[in-house]
Design a protein around this ligand. Sequence first.
Ligand SMILES: C[S@@+](CC[C@H](N)C(=O)[O-])C[C@H]1O[C@@H](n2cnc3c(N)ncnc32)[C@H](O)[C@@H]1O
Length: 393
Amino acid sequence: MRVIKDEFWTSKQRQEFPLHYIVSYRAAFKAELPDFFIRRFSKQGDVVLDPFGGRGTTALQANLRRRVAFHNDINPISEKIARAKTRPVPLAAIERRLQKFDLSRPVCLDEHSELLAFYHPDTLKELLNLKREIQRDCDDVNRFIELVAVSRLHGHSDGFFSVYSFPQIAVLPEAQRKINEKRKQTPPYREVKSRILRKAKLSLQGAERFQERFPESLNNQIRTGDSRQMRWIEDETIDLVVTSPPFLDKVDYLKDNWLKAWFYGIEEKTFEENLVQTRSLEEWKVFMRETLRELYRVVKPKGVVVIEVGEVRYKGELVNLDEIVATLGEEVGFSLGAILVNEQRFTKLANCFGVSNNEKGTNTNRCVVLAKGIIERLEFPRHQKTLSLFENI
Ligand SMILES: C[S@@+](CC[C@H](N)C(=O)[O-])C[C@H]1O[C@@H](n2cnc3c(N)ncnc32)[C@H](O)[C@@H]1O
């Protein structure tokens, strides 16, 4: 197996288009990762698929590079995030819409009492009214407002609707009550509209006239479904896949996202069954083999599939999932190009904030590069310049 190690993309945080960072999501990868492969293995107008799309990083980056994005994830939250992110609207439209919303109508909070661990009653009233107003019309403006609202549900600064809580994961009400006791805090009133506007303004920097500048985004396909059966994609129509599957049971996508699901009005029961977060390596291998077989069906001849995985500790041993994916990929017919290991050297500052490093002081993304057909020897230039807000795209 050809393993190439280098620092292919920057370890600096938040260097990309601000819209990428609008909402947190568990186990998301940096936009630099899909960008690196999109530039290397596709051209303008090509179709780039992410079958485990998460918060839509591949989809947005594909559009920014003038590719069509196909996005799939079993979690309906992912579809909502990715759709709104790839259809940003002007700030003025958000402002006008918010002005029309009446968030002060009286609401009975009895059946939402658990949420009072997070929100002041008046904030909760505004949120419930906001949900109702958004549901009245599902146009792009409301969808974008909904996305911004979802990004403000829990966190530790005044910009969030909640009292001090964790930004990355939504803790359960019981745990939040404990946090409140420990910190001797009660939820303060946090006005909703001004916080949405402030966050929207930040996130929309550089996103003006999005559809005009990135017209490929009009052909995006954003779906909810199982990676093992993406019937909505025709055979041999995808140029490039860039993705990161769930790593065994590393992350609980249901529990960690329950507040987002509440705001979106999504019943977790509807997709729980097919969400893969297994403890068993054998089950994970079967799942990945089936997904790879489906990817082989949808990818064009000479198309490329990049799968980012990590090392996991399994039954006391360190298992390199990249090696397993490489073998499974070959079993279903792909040829293995290389395993690319991006070594990121963290800055001192990142260490202070407790970013987890391995013993060598580096952290890695391990990307398996597979191709449908014979692949020529791959060269990977380091540090391809990434899009920045200030770059004229
Ligand atoms: C590692 S995350 C992907 C994160 C993404 N790369 C990002 O940057 O946001 C894995 C994703 O797989 C999804 N997932 C789990 N089981 C799935 C299945 N059977 N089919 C499709 N998606 C699934 C989860 O909902 C989760 O969003």
